[in-house]
Design a protein around this ligand. Structure first.
Ligand SMILES: Nc1ncnc2c1ncn2[C@@H]1O[C@H](COP(=O)(O)OP(=O)(O)OP(=O)(O)O)[C@@H](O)[C@H]1O
Ligand SMILES: [Mg+2]
Length: 420
């Protein structure tokens, strides 16, 4: 490990030609690449332009001295991680201590012993490389861990929630079928009984007193009219429950292993149906208007249950964004809106745009949105996983793209692109 990798080099900073030539010769003899600066200012400029692997820094120089040079290098984020070894004739303890306290890693006294220079340079290059590879490993592992965590949560969320919801959808299905399939015969029976009553009235225009009183008490005309209305609302209600049950079962289509050919519009509609309660007016907020602008889409080979999860996460964020805009009084009396548009683009991708006119996203946060656990919401409201799960599903599982456009205070648009 004594050779410097790639284009790496050592920077020697010294104003004394004799010292320079000793150091250059020592490094040369071992095949180290190096460059030279003869004062502090130019050393800093060089190091900023092109970061050396190591700096050998003289203390006494014209212009700013080695200590000041070291101080400035350590204060600059671009150069602060370059190890610095002081080279100086000042052997007193105070100078050494000062050098170390400024962040130097070592100290080589003059006059130089060639072997010592080489040995120290070698040790510090090795240390730097080890540190860098350790940092890289830690960062790689952290990333891998975070991704594994997201995957676990996603699977758990999907499987427990999915099974529960699909189960409920299924359980509702049977009873609602009893109800809705019996409404029509009931309607017919009632019509038949009504007809019979009218017929009695016609054939026996003068019933007994007991019957006349009962008819008066019953308000029979109202009852006959109201019965029809009741039946109609039963029909409407059971139809809605049946749609909801279908949506629940659609939403949770189990597709853990294989892609299936699916209708994304149906997925979007199921998701909207499940989120319906969140669009309703609540407290200070008026109802959120959902505007659909669906193009013509072919069925897409995908994990539809997971795609529904993506729609759900993005739509839920859109509702939160609108709520937040209203809480902060930034809606300017606009109607809260969520727009969903679909199309096939020129590159044969299915494009789904989900836009809200909510709070928007500050520029500085945009690049962090898809990070696992990144959230701006209060504890308990957001876990910061919604978008990272969506990203994983769209980009990794479907080889698609997930993009965001946003203007602070005006709204946000998420664009999902899936290859056809
Ligand atoms: N439509 C949007 N408008 C404004 N900000 C948004 C929007 N969507 C996402 N964000 C921002 O991105 C952050 C991350 O979103 P993400 O869905 O990953 O997590 P979350 O919503 O905070 O929590 P959860 O895990 O419950 O979804 C949010 O906290 C919010 O700041
Ligand atoms: Mg979210």
């Amino acid at each position: 490990m004594n050779k410097i990798t790639n284009n790496g080099f050592i920077l020697i900073v010294d104003d004394n030609p004799t010292n320079l030539s000793v150091l250059c010769e020592a490094l040369n003899s071992e095949g180290f690449r190096f460059r030279v600066a003869v004062d502090g200012e130019s050393a800093i400029a060089q190091a900023e332009r092109n970061q050396p692997e190591l700096i050998l820094l003289d203390v006494q120089m014209p212009g700013i001295d080695g200590f000041e040079t070291c101080y400035r290098l350590k204060a600059n984020p671009v150069t602060q991680n370059i190890p610095i070894i002081f080279t100086t004739a000042l052997a007193d303890t105070e100078s050494k201590t000062k050098g170390f306290s400024l962040g130097a890693v070592d100290y080589i006294p003059k006059p130089f012993a060639q072997e010592e220079v080489i040995a120290r340079v070698r040790v510090h290059l090795q240390l730097k490389q080890l540190t860098e590879s350790l940092e890289q490993q830690v960062s790689d592992r952290t990333k891998a861990l975070q991704q594994a965590q997201v995957k676990l949560v996603q699977q758990e969320k999907l499987s427990t929630l999915g099974e529960l919801v699909a189960g409920i959808g299924h359980e509702i299905n049977n009873p609602i079928n009893f109800i809705s399939s019996n409404i029509s015969p009931l309607q017919e029976h009632i019509a038949a009984v009504t007809e019979l009553l009218l017929l009695y009235e016609q054939e026996y225009p003068n019933p007994t007193a007991k019957i006349t009183t009962t008819i008066d008490d019953l308000n029979i005309n109202f009852v006959l009219e109201d019965m029809g209305k009741i039946l109609n609302s039963l029909k409407l209600g059971s139809e809605r429950i049946r749609n909801l049950s279908n949506s629940l079962r659609n939403f949770c289509r189990s597709d853990r292993d294989t892609k299936i050919s699916a209708n994304l519009h149906q997925g979007l509609d199921s998701t909207l149906m499940i989120l319906q309660h969140r669009f309703k007016a609540n407290g200070d907020r008026p109802r959120i208007e959902v505007i659909k602008n669906y193009g013509v889409l072919p069925d897409i080979n995908c994990y539809i249950g997971q795609m529904n999860q993506v729609f759900m996460n993005i739509l839920a964020n859109a509702v939160d964004a609108v709520d937040e805009a209203i809480t902060q009084g930034k809606m300017n009396n606009l109607i809260p809106q969520i727009k969903i548009a679909t199309e096939i683009d020129s590159e044969e991708f299915v494009v789904i745009r989900i836009a809200d006119n909510g709070i928007g996203i500050p520029e500085r946060l945009k690049k962090r949105l898809f990070e696992p656990l990144f959230t701006t919401k209060v504890v308990g409201k957001g876990t910061g996983l919604g978008l990272s799960i969506a990203y994983q599903i769209v980009v990794e599982k479907h080889e698609g793209l997930l993009e965001v456009n946003s203007q602070l205070g005006l709204g946000t648009e998420f664009i999902i692109k899936i290859p056809t």
